[in-house]
Design a protein around this ligand. Structure first.
Ligand SMILES: Nc1nc2c(ncn2[C@@H]2O[C@H](COP(=O)(O)OP(=O)(O)O)[C@@H](O)[C@H]2O)c(=O)[nH]1
Ligand SMILES: [Mg+2]
Length: 235
């Protein structure tokens, strides 16, 4: 999909600190809440393109370093404790894991990257799978790239941005574990992340701060996904 799919309304908004300034209308926030209520189900775990489930509805994928909080964020969005498996041992699963909600919305837990023990062949397998997934998935509406609010961007994140730029995928940065840093540090991290994104014009310019633990930023993230869904339907 093209960068042009980005909402002009959202692109004008400069705020990123989640609950403090919501760029969404009350209707969008409510639509987001409704979109995530109801049953969520595991659909498939795929370690090759041949094993991807058929496309259905729209997909929202979550990428990021191992341990950044992808599975925790998916669980928090869906209001479930253990829909996606979380782990303290990074780099275990190299699979795309698909979860379906009731409203033709599919969430994708992407394999983590950047853990120290990864071999060259594993990195190549990751890149091949991700490249194939990103280039062949017409119903993929956005990739959220998760960044740990405590650590900020790492060189491996930059490489992933390059992959996403090349695939012309609509993507946005979400800071995770915002509960673990103070307000000033969080604001600094948001500003630094936005500044780095100017090198990546395909990236959505806004940055959202979230916490799976406290729920911070989740209504905004759900509203953003609800808005994307509407844009997709009317495009
Ligand atoms: N403080 C804090 N810790 C979190 C948060 N989300 C995840 N974690 C912790 O980070 C670790 C990795 O989380 P996980 O969701 O498995 O990361 P993944 O490898 O990216 O899927 C776990 O120990 C989680 O408890 C959060 O919002 N706040
Ligand atoms: Mg995980």
């Amino acid at each position: 999909m093209s960068v042009a799919a980005r909402s002009p309304l959202a692109a004008q908004d400069g705020h990123g600190a989640g609950a403090a300034f919501s760029p969404f209308t009350a209707q969008e926030t409510e639509a987001g809440r409704r979109l995530f209520t109801g049953e969520w189900q595991f659909v498939a775990a795929s370690d090759s393109v041949a094993a991807l489930p058929p496309m259905r509805g729209i997909e929202i994928a979550f990428a990021g370093r191992s341990n950044v909080g992808k599975s925790s964020l998916i669980n928090a969005l869906a209001g479930r404790k253990a829909l996606a498996r979380t782990s303290r041992t990074p780099g275990r699963t190299q699979q795309l894991v698909f979860f379906a909600g009731t409203a033709d919305l599919v969430l994708v837990d992407m394999p983590g990257y950047g853990y120290a023990a990864a071999s060259k062949s594993k990195i190549k397998a990751w890149t091949d799978l991700i490249d194939a997934y990103l280039s062949g998935r017409a119903n993929l509406a956005r990739v959220y790239v998760l960044i740990d609010a405590r650590h900020g961007l790492k060189p491996t994140d930059d490489k992933v941005f390059d992959v996403l730029d090349r695939a012309a995928v609509n993507y946005q940065i979400v800071l995770t574990k915002a509960d673990a840093v103070g307000t000033a540090e969080l604001e600094g991290r948001i500003a630094a992340t936005k500044a780095a994104l100017t090198q990546h014009p395909a990236a959505f310019p806004d940055v959202l701060a979230t916490s799976a633990r406290t729920g911070m930023g989740l209504p905004e993230l759900r509203a953003a996904i609800a808005r994307l869904r509407v844009e997709r339907a009317t495009a």
